[in-house]
Design a protein around this ligand. Structure first.
Ligand code: PRX
Length: 583
């Protein structure tokens, strides 16, 4: 089915920054240096994201503007102005400093979406340390891998998650402090020996703090991301990323001064930091943080209650809203909404058509990655939307489709999506893995790992991944991590993991497993293995399906051929099998 292009709106019909209708002109004369002047900079020189996102507003006319409207799972409500955020982050920065946290130290966050997470995040930046957010659904294994690899010094955690991972702490000799945030005394349990109480420290902390001077190239945030092989790698970002968060907040999310913005991404992943913290607040915009998970009625209720105007969400969530039915949004007053965006997985055209029908607005898809740090390709408010396309590069970005040799291909031809390096929010390295970082570049391009094509007008269209990384509900999962967890189960001899297409989650994790002698492939064993991996990793990362097979297809060198497992699963031709193991 062909989907009609959604015509670009008339300028007077939409509240848009005037320069966005002159995209071609802007792209030609754009300079990051010029835009850089809009950042404030630290009083004594240098750049720090916490200053750009909080302190500069707390010292100016937006001091009493609400930065964060928070709604808890029990419908608790809290709100924090920029001035209050400054005071809280100054206090907690003093706590961190008092504990000996220094510039460049890694401090990790493992908690749900509570205000203290946001306070802690910016306090870490204020002391010049590197913030490492962790997805709150993780089990002990992913947390341990990340804390070990980064040689983390401090972990800030809530009591429930502290309990979940208590067994791994003895294996982390470099972790000096565990700070426990017991919001509203939700836990009655006493603190474990040696743990530090966030509340107690905050009650005694001084609100006077001067940000430790950082330069625009000093490291600010690290996010672990999965590849085809090996453990996840820590993509490290610099304070200069603030510039691109600010710019794309305006261009791609159309943020205006009086907006109420809601980003549904979890702060344990990059969208939740770049667009759930930095982009709105570097623009001084108020945002809503909702602690709860997905429920269609609860989400519409949030939009209605807070008068959300700009909404940034993901295709899986949109497809779940579609499933809940068109009648659900009709029960709410959603008239405040004026702009909607989506990221993380391919946004199918049906979802855009549904948005127009059920919410009276189109979703604007955009594209980026953990490594790119910020949006690079987007559908803009003032351009036509080509349903199914990720849009066009932002000003300052040269994106292209390249072939094996690293040369640009003609419009319409499929190839590797590549970006000319040098944008402000680009990752600076993979932590202690420069070799892997260097391997991402070819012939002067950063090669993204995505396959795509570009049309004559410069719109990019996603085709798929060029590697075995699985994208389930917008979360990247490395098959190797899941296979490693599976083979730790006593019954499992070998495991091969693929992404199986799914109508809601885009892909789900599917495992093929062979058993040791003496084990029977029963449903009970299947459930036992699933539960085992879920406890180790996380519910969303553990296989949704496990299929028992006698033996896995392997190359002569013993590598499991996931490509072949996937082809068989999809009923596709199996391609070249000449290197297959002969049984
Ligand atoms: O494969 C692309 C997919 O998600 C990957 C990036 O995932 P991650 O590093 O977790 O970053 C999350 C921040 C967006 C990409 O390499 N992806 C992202 N956006 C889109 C997408 N696939 C299709 N369409 C998109 N708009």
């Amino acid at each position: 089915m062909d989907y009609p292009v959604i015509a670009k709106p008339k300028l007077e019909e939409i509240k848009v920054r005037p320069n966005l209708d002159q995209y071609d002109d802007l792209v030609k004369k754009f300079s990051w240096q010029e835009l850089r002047k809009e950042l404030d900079g630290l009083p004594g020189g240098g750049l720090n994201l916490a200053h750009e996102a909080i302190d500069r507003h707390a010292r100016g006319p937006r001091a009493d503007r609400v930065a964060m409207y928070w709604e808890g799972t029990g419908s608790e409500e809290e709100r924090y102005t920029f001035a209050q955020m400054k005071e809280l982050t100054d206090k907690f920065a003093n706590v961190l400093k008092g504990l000996g946290v220094e510039k460049g130290d890694r401090v990790f966050l493992f908690m749900g979406r509570i205000p203290e997470l946001y306070v802690a995040f910016f306090s870490i930046l204020k002391v010049g340390a590197i913030a490492g957010p962790l997805f709150s659904a993780f089990g002990p294994d992913p947390v341990k891998d990340r804390l070990l690899d980064s040689v983390a010094k401090v972990l800030i955690v809530t009591p429930d998650l502290r309990n979940r991972i208590s067994d791994i702490l003895k294996d982390l000799p470099d972790l000096k402090h565990v700070i426990v945030v017991n919001k509203d005394n939700r836990s009655q349990e006493p603190l474990a020996q040696g743990d530090i109480s966030y509340e107690k420290e905050m009650a005694a902390a001084s609100p006077d703090f001067q940000i430790v001077p950082t330069t625009e190239e000093d490291f600010s945030i690290m996010h672990y991301t999965s590849g085809t092989t090996g453990k996840p790698k820590g993509a490290v970002h610099a304070h200069l990323a603030a510039l691109q968060h600010m710019a794309t907040g305006r261009w791609a999310l159309d943020l205006h001064d009086d907006d109420i913005y809601w980003c549904t991404a979890d702060p344990g992943w990059v969208t939740g930091t770049s667009y759930g913290m930095s982009a709105p607040w570097t623009n001084g915009v108020s945002q809503v943080i909702y602690e709860g998970g997905f429920r269609a009625s609860a989400w519409y209720q949030i939009i209605q209650k807070y008068g959300v105007t700009v909404w940034y969400t993901a295709p899986t969530a949109i497809r779940m809203l579609m499933k809940a039915g068109d009648h659900v949004p009709k029960r709410y007053d959603l008239s405040s909404l004026r702009y909607m965006c989506s990221v993380g997985e391919p946004l199918n055209p049906e979802a855009i058509v549904w948005g127009l029908r059920a919410l009276d607005l189109a979703f604007h898809d955009n594209w980026w990655q953990t490594e790119t740090g910020a949006i690079l390709i987007a559908n803009y408010p003032i351009q036509e939307i080509r349903p199914g396309s990720m849009g066009r590069p932002i000003p300052g970005i040269k994106a292209a489709i390249i072939d094996e040799a690293g040369s640009e291909v003609k419009p319409g031809e499929e190839g590797d999506l590549a970006i000319r390096p040098g944008w402000p929010s680009m990752f600076r390295t993979y932590w202690h893995n420069q070799e892997m970082y260097d391997s991402k570049f070819k012939n002067g391009w950063y090669v993204t790992g995505d396959r795509a094509h570009m049309d004559e007008d410069g719109y990019f269209w996603f085709v798929g991944r060029s590697d075995d990384v699985i994208n389930t509900a917008g979360h990247l999962v490395g098959p190797f991590e899941v296979e490693s967890a599976l083979i730790e189960h006593p019954a499992v001899a070998e495991a091969g993991v693929i992404g199986k297409p799914d109508p809601v989650a885009f892909e789900v994790v599917k495992a093929f497993v062979s058993l040791h002698d003496g084990y029977e492939p029963t449903d009970k064993l299947r459930n036992d293995i699933m539960g085992f991996v879920r406890r180790k990793l996380a519910a969303g990362v553990a296989p949704r399906e496990i299929e028992f097979i006698d033996s896995l297809p392997k190359t002569r060198s013993g590598k499991i051929m996931r490509r072949l497992l996937k082809a068989r699963e999809l009923g596709l031709p199996e391609g070249d099998t000449s290197t297959l193991e002969e049984d």
